[in-house]
Design a binder for this molecule. Sequence first.
Ligand code: HEC
Length: 241
Amino acid sequence: MTALQRFESDQIAPALLDRWEIMSGREHETAQNILSSRANWSLALLQAVDQGKLAREAIKPASALAMENHGGKTLIALVRKHWGQLRQSNEARQKRMAEVAKLVAEKKGNAQAGTAVYQALCSACHRYRGKGGNIGPNLDAYQLNNPGFIIPAVVDPNLGIREEFAGFNVITKDNQRLTGFIAQNAPRFIVLRDLAQNSITLPRAEIKDLKAMPVSLMPEGITDALTDQQVRDLFAYLMGK
Ligand code: HEC
């Protein structure tokens, strides 16, 4: 398949996308590397995602970033729409990602034991299998069985932050600092929902500064304190639906 990469034809993107369903996981990786290497192919891939022909979770954040780097209004808008504001992962996160990917690939964990890890680390913010909080997106809506999606999403939450889940920092005129989501944005006041799910009404007249947070509300390094077995169990639970 990599031989195709050197060609420039417009035919290559549709040909690869047509075969997507019959490709293996490894071939999906190769295909997205190829497609993200040229702007016109990237656009075809992004349009397939946008039309729902291909799941967003099938595309790694690294490929999405590579596509965005080609530039162009339509292309950037499609990447932002589906992956949010993407960033380059730092070295420490990349290293941890490789470690976690290796642990998960080596040996299957125990999904049952993973439930407890999930409850301790994630359920305060995410709904999954019908239970949990709603600070982050509902995980039932994702295809979590793809390691190329779920591992970066958990290990490096800052890779992509979507606008609808962006947190805000507020500084009031009496110098209180608050963090949360804008639950309501009215002309005279805002309602901030904090991480404990409390709603706080703040008159605009009392706000000195209101800014979207540059980082994800999802904590970085969330798996770092887990044992190898707990990592495997957590991912067995997440990926085993
Ligand atoms: C403090 C709240 C919080 C905790 C704890 C948390 N998350 Fe998140 N998570 C979020 C928010 C907010 C987002 C969406 C914003 C973003 O993309 O950063 C998110 C995004 C995600 C996404 C989707 C990423 C995407 O590209 O759409 C996945 C998957 C995810 N979290 C899984 C987990 C798992 C698994 C855990 C536990 C190991 C966890 N989260 C713990 C708040 C949290």
